[in-house]
Ligand binder design. Structure first.
Ligand code: XMP
Length: 487
């Protein structure tokens, strides 16, 4: 493979999603279920569905992030709020589900049954780990639900009289895999598996209840500890370094350095500052819309690049400023320069599910969605009735719309910001119920597209088509666009 950048293929000049159809290939797929949709989000993180919730205050906050991760997708919580609020949203997601409870409740073995019962009730747990000496967290035993039943009418007795003592417990080392833990718990018919170090100190707890929950959502995106993945946005000026620090501390798995025009000196300086302080956390950078912009971010060291200037439903940049690149051309330019070395997130302009596949076929790894996710239960904001159409709606707004800017509690210069011409707008979107329905519909269409592409996984379809798009993508004439999409 040479390092020379391929020239942009003619089919991509001035092109966007509706300019293409996929040429159907011989299919080897028996059922759509067998099609794998895993794609890289960054150089080090893979996700099970290539959908990313946009970092917008009418799209991705804790509820959306939580559900997206549970369903195998990803998202970035927006930064249109204080550092504390954004960090708290990340923390919420990171503590919703996990297969290891890192800091289980521990009681001293000499507390009374009455005290233990009160803690069990208050915390809503079914059993409690007990320690030998107060505060030392050296495991002495477990007071299980069954032990509590046995102790009935003996509230003033000490828990140590009823606990299952350490010598009768099955324990494991911290770092045990979910599979191993499950085997041990099944084999020994236990509901709780304490994790301890060599000195018997409590390092965590695994419960059968949490393992069952993990199994109900087999596609969810989890970290090594079984916690849902969470992403969050920072800017490139002002408080961005403090914000990054707080978000990392809250447990964010990936950050997004997001500005409207990332092919800029502002990003160069911010990125270098970021990298000099924060090691090891993947950082996505955007937005750019040209090969030159993508090369710039790749050479800076971004772990993924976000591509798209002006295609979004809430954007007015193209209308007001006249700058931008048609989205399929932008994705392709970025892919040709990066040559698969770094994932591309295609951001904005997706109106139909087929746009997602076409973006991935041209070279994107994942696709960021704003408006398509915004009319759901999980997006922030209220459902109202449109007075004219009587339809149930929600409001979706660009992040530089006057409404979003006015709500931005972190802007010191709000008056000045509002008096400069805006490049974003608010729109009404139909209310469509839970985002889970939207994701299921998209995943069904993506699986079908992979089958039409003659592959069994989205990644293989992406690799095959992105390497030779002219063999697989048909550039449509105006008449064929009408034939395809006018209904
Ligand atoms: P969709 O089409 O999915 O687009 O709704 C989401 C993307 O739109 C971008 N965005 C903006 N662009 N002015 C802009 O020019 C804005 O106010 C604005 N707000 C969001 C952003 O990239 C998002 O992911």
């Amino acid at each position: 493979m040479t390092n020379q950048i391929k020239k942009l293929e003619t089919i991509f000049y001035g092109a966007t999603f509706d300019d293409f159809l996929l040429r159907p290939q011989h299919s080897m797929v028996w059922t759509r279920k067998e099609v794998d949709l895993t794609m890289p989000l960054t150089k080090s993180i893979s996700i099970n569905m290539p959908i990313i919730g946009a970092n917008m205050d009418t799209v991705t906050r804790e509820k959306m992030m939580n559900t997206l991760s549970l369903e195998g997708c990803f998202g970035f919580i927006d930064r249109n709020c204080s550092i504390e609020d954004e960090a708290a949203r990340v923390k919420y997601v990171k503590t919703q589900h996990s297969f290891v409870i890192e800091n289980p409740i521990v009681l001293y073995k000499k507390v009374t049954i009455r005290e233990a019962k009160s803690v069990i009730k208050k915390k809503g747990v079914s059993g409690i780990l007990l320690e030998d000496e107060p505060g030392k967290r050296v495991l002495a035993g477990i007071l299980s639900h069954r032990d509590v039943l046995r102790s009935d009418e003996k509230d003033s007795h000490l828990v140590q009289e009823f606990m299952t003592p350490f010598k009768e417990l099955v324990t494991a080392k911290p770092g045990i895999s979910i599979g191993e833990a499950e085997k041990i718990m099944f084999r020994n018919r236990i509901e709780k598996l304490p994790l301890i170090d060599k000195k018997r100190r409590i390092k965590g707890l695994i419960t059968m209840k949490d393992l069952r929950l993990a199994k109900q959502k087999p596609y969810s995106n989890k970290d090594k500890k079984g916690r849902l993945l969470a992403g969050a946005a920072i800017g490139a000026s002002g408080d961005f370094m403090d914000r990054a620090e707080a978000l990392i501390r809250a447990g964010a798995d990936c950050l997004l350095m997001d500005v409207a025009h990332a092919d800029s000196d502002v990003i160069k300086k911010a990125f270098k500052n970021f990298k000099s302080k924060f090691k090891g956390i993947p950082i996505v950078c955007g937005n750019v819309a040209t090969g030159g912009g993508a090369k710039f971010l790749m050479e800076l060291g971004a772990d993924a690049i976000k591509v798209g200037v002006g295609p979004g439903r809430g954007c007015r940049t193209r209308l007001e400023v006249g700058a931008g690149v048609p989205q399929m051309q932008a994705i392709r330019e970025a892919y040709l320069v990066t040559n698969g070395k770094i994932p591309i997130i295609a951001d904005g302009g997706v109106k139909n599910d087929k746009d997602i596949f076409v973006a991935i076929a041209a070279g994107a790894s994942t696709v960021m969605l704003g408006s398509m996710l915004s009319g759901t239960d999980e997006s922030p904001g209220f459902i109202t009735d449109d007075p004219v159409t009587k339809q149930r709606i929600k409001i979706y707004r660009g992040m530089t719309s006057p409404e979003a800017m006015a709500d931005n509690s972190t802007l010191d210069n709000l008056e000045e910001a509002l008096s400069t011409p805006q490049e974003g707008q608010s729109v009404k979107v139909p209310y469509v119920g839970s985002v889970v329905g939207v994701i299921n519909r998209i995943s069904g269409h993506l699986r079908s597209a992979v089958s039409y592409a003659g592959e069994k996984s989205l990644y293989d379809a992406h690799k095959k088509i992105a390497q030779n798009p002219e063999d697989f993508l048909i550039r449509l004439s105006l008449a064929s666009q009408k034939e395809s999409f006018d209904r």
